[in-house]
Design a protein. Structure first.
Lengths: 444, 302
């Protein structure tokens, strides 16, 4: 078995059953059936493979994560198929891989043609939040199941609350931004803060969540400057000097992908990390960033963000995680990073969702049932139980310090001294809009 | 403002000015001497950046010596591009010299798009950074200068830019090639009738110009990353430089690059949100009050 498939909690199971039941009257009848849950007896499993179109960045700065995402999907699909496929009966086939770099208009027309042709059973993936906001509602309108795996914008469901065909298995960016606030909340010697983010929605959202929440939980801290740079910026030197010169006690940044590597590397060169007290990098950082930077990572940095997606985080404690990391390393000669973890979590949700749907209805689920079956799931991941609240996950925040002191067969640093902040402390309660919650957030 | 802050801003400004100098000096020479408005010029800056990152990332098994790496950036890459651009001048650019400037602009814009796609075809569209082991910027670290710590590598880049500017000036006033070039900028036909092989001079000037752009790209990349956006960014900025400095003036490029470098550096320090707007506002002001730029219509070294 490729990784550990933990049993569902009873509560999660019942909630899921309710969700599926709500989606179909058939489910209500099927629940009365005595024969449910026995894989050998399931009727109606289609003979052809389950066809997935995978959307990810194959080029451009975000390919930093896209390459890993594609690697992980290829590896995990092979593993699932080696075990017979979904519920051991139906193999998965990645029928298409679509490069997100083509932009939202092109992606939308891809969605439309896939829906018309009917040659795809489900889309999965996508990295950019802007793309998710454009593509997800379209997929929903076209009734094309879409498993969203990486983009974290909190607006996805707040702007499109009724998407029956869209499920998101990653946490929102609130976990990264508010996780950052929870970290600062504990730091006694921080009086001044600077922020540096991308000059588009992702960066501005992070800056707003972080500074608004920080004002609530630590009104004594002053945000002295907020800086923004374009996606794909190549020269940060003047920003680096300005930050180094202001000597803030803390530097917060949600830069991500290749940009965070360039920024940190030029920051090291410009002495920025000597001038700031602490740096908190929440843009989904960790193994890929550290690999990129080689030995240069400064010590006064916290790396992380939404989800405990670091190869050495609870590696020894979690057999499933260990198997994933080892298999990935054997196959690709690298440790998995954010892109890979998100796809792993998504495919676990898919497997468990279908298992649950089949066990309830005794038949292969239709598209709507398929997506409903993933609502309110809960399953084991490196950061403990990964919990879906309705159609989307609520992730905890995990941060670590870079260190050379590890036993992994790679010559770069890895995070250590992990800080875990529970999902409930970094996400709004269900049905409360993120920014409303942020404006009135309570200290821990 | 504390002196350290000022020095930091000035250093960043100088460094950026050095890069701008490399990206735009050839543009102004080719226009001033050969009368070709080559929009594609700064695309060779991007090409140099990619060539450098590729070379540095493949040479790690052979050597990691800082001196060799710097020699690759400063000598090997410009020489390779010099040879390559001589061939390009004879094939792609030769027909462009005799047409109207508007068509030159359109045609050379086409060359940018071609170069851009060739870069993407060879190296892909994802940004590439230099491996830590063969990155001279990381190897050199920082040095103490007037009490503040500055990057040794970036100081080296500034030094090379100064040497190139001085070298070009000396070439124009001291050498035969320089004197012929100056004469060509004033009266092309006259020089031709004097029996000078203007085609040979043209190829030399063109290749030197393009090699300088590639040198800039090569020097840029250890400290930054090679990304497709570099090409277009520097095409725009190099036009700002020659508009402000005056088309065809060596001095104009130096002054305008310094001005834009400093303005951008101050802009990022104090008004980070409108950094680019400040640079292009400066260009607009110059166009309004001095359409020919600071040193336009004066010859290459006047």
């Amino acid at each position: 078995m490729p990784y550990k498939r933990s049993g569902l909690s009873r509560r999660g199971y019942l909630k899921g059953a309710a969700a599926v039941g709500a989606a179909t009257t058939l489910a209500g009848c099927a629940l009365l059936d005595d024969d449910i849950g026995d894989e050998g007896d399931v009727d109606g499993i289609p003979d052809e493979p389950f066809r997935i179109a995978h959307l990810t960045f194959e080029s451009g700065p975000p390919a930093f994560y896209g390459e890993e995402a594609a690697n992980a999907v290829d590896m995990l699909v092979d593993q699932i198929n080696d075990d017979g496929g979904l519920i051991g009966e139906r193999e998965i086939e990645i029928v298409d891989r679509i490069d997100e770099d083509a932009g939202p208009d092109s992606l939308i027309s891809d969605v439309q043609s896939m829906a018309q042709e009917g040659d795809v059973d489900m889309m999965m993936g996508i990295i950019s939040s802007a793309h998710a906001l454009a593509v997800a509602p379209e997929a929903n309108d076209q009734q094309l199941p879409f498993l969203v795996t990486i983009p974290g914008t909190y607006q996805l469901y707040e702007e499109n609350p009724d998407m029956d065909y869209v499920v998101r298995t990653c946490g929102t960016n609130a976990a990264g931004a508010i996780g950052g606030v929870r970290m600062v909340e504990q730091m006694d010697d921080v009086e001044t803060v600077m922020t540096h983010d991308h000059d588009y929605a992702w960066g501005h959202d992070h800056q707003e969540m972080f500074t608004s929440a920080l004002e609530q939980v630590r009104p004594d801290i002053e945000v002295i400057d907020s800086r923004y740079t374009d996606l794909g910026e190549t020269d940060y030197s003047a920003h680096v000097s300005a930050i180094a010169d202001a000597e803030p006690d803390l530097l917060f940044s949600s830069l991500w992908g290749g940009d965070t590597a360039t920024f940190v590397s030029q920051g090291v060169d410009g002495g920025m990390f000597d001038a700031v007290g602490e740096a908190l990098l929440v843009g989904d950082t960790g193994a890929p960033l550290l690999r990129n930077l080689g030995p240069d990572m400064p010590e006064n940095v916290w790396l992380g963000g939404r989800g405990g997606y670091q190869p050495n985080y609870r590696y020894d404690e979690d057999d499933g995680h260990q198997a994933f990391v080892d298999d990935y390393y054997d196959q690709y000669d690298q440790l998995p990073g954010w892109g890979a973890y998100h796809e792993w979590v998504a495919l676990q949700a898919l497997e468990q969702g279908i298992e649950r749907a089949v066990s309830i209805i005794g038949d292969w689920p239709n598209d709507e049932q398929l997506m409903a079956s993933m609502h309110d799931l809960s399953f084991e991941t490196p950061h403990g139980q990964h919990t879906m609240r309705g159609p989307q996950a609520a992730a905890p925040a995990v941060f670590g310090r870079p260190t050379d002191d590890h036993d992994f067969p790679v010559d770069h640093q890895l995070p250590t001294d992990f800080e875990f902040i529970a999902a409930a402390d970094v996400n709004p309660p269900e049905d409360v809009p993120t920014m409303d919650w942020v404006d009135e957030i309570e200290p821990l | 403002m504390p002196i350290g802050t000022f020095l930091g801003i000035a250093f960043d400004g100088l460094y950026f000015a050095a890069l701008l100098f490399f990206a735009s000096i050839g543009l102004t020479l080719v226009f001033g001497i050969l009368n070709l408005l080559n929009m594609a010029h700064a695309a060779f800056y991007g090409f140099g950046a990619y060539l450098a990152v590729w070379t540095l990332n493949n040479i790690g098994d052979v050597t990691t010596s800082t001196v060799v790496l710097l020699a690759i950036l400063v000598l090997a890459i410009p020489i390779v591009v010099f040879v390559l651009s001589a061939a390009l001048d004879k094939s792609v650019f030769a027909p462009l010299y005799d047409i109207e400037p508007v068509y030159q602009l359109l045609a050379t814009f086409g060359v940018i798009l071609m170069l851009d796609d060739i870069i993407k075809f060879i190296w892909g569209a994802s940004p590439i950074s230099v491996d830590a082991a063969t990155d001279p910027s990381r190897q050199l670290g920082s040095i103490e200068l007037l009490g503040s710590s500055v990057s040794a590598y970036r100081s080296f880049v500034i030094l090379i830019a100064v040497l190139c500017a001085v070298g070009l000036y000396l070439m124009f006033v001291k050498t035969k090639l320089g004197k012929i070039s100056q004469a060509m900028s004033e009266d092309y036909e006259m020089v031709q009738m004097l029996g000078i092989n203007v085609n040979r001079v043209r190829v030399l000037i063109f290749s030197i110009s393009v090699a300088l752009a590639a040198l800039g790209g090569a020097l840029f990349v250890p400290f930054a990353v090679a990304a497709p956006s570099v090409t277009l960014d520097y095409v725009l900025l190099s036009f700002a430089v020659i508009v402000i400095g005056g088309l065809g003036s060596l001095k104009g490029v130096v002054v305008a690059a310094l001005l834009i470098g400093m303005v951008r550096s101050l802009g990022i320090a104090f008004f980070p949100a409108i950094e680019l707007a400040i640079v292009f506002a400066l260009m607009a002001v110059v166009i309004i009050f001095r359409p020919e730029g600071f040193f336009g219509h004066r010859g290459v070294v006047e």
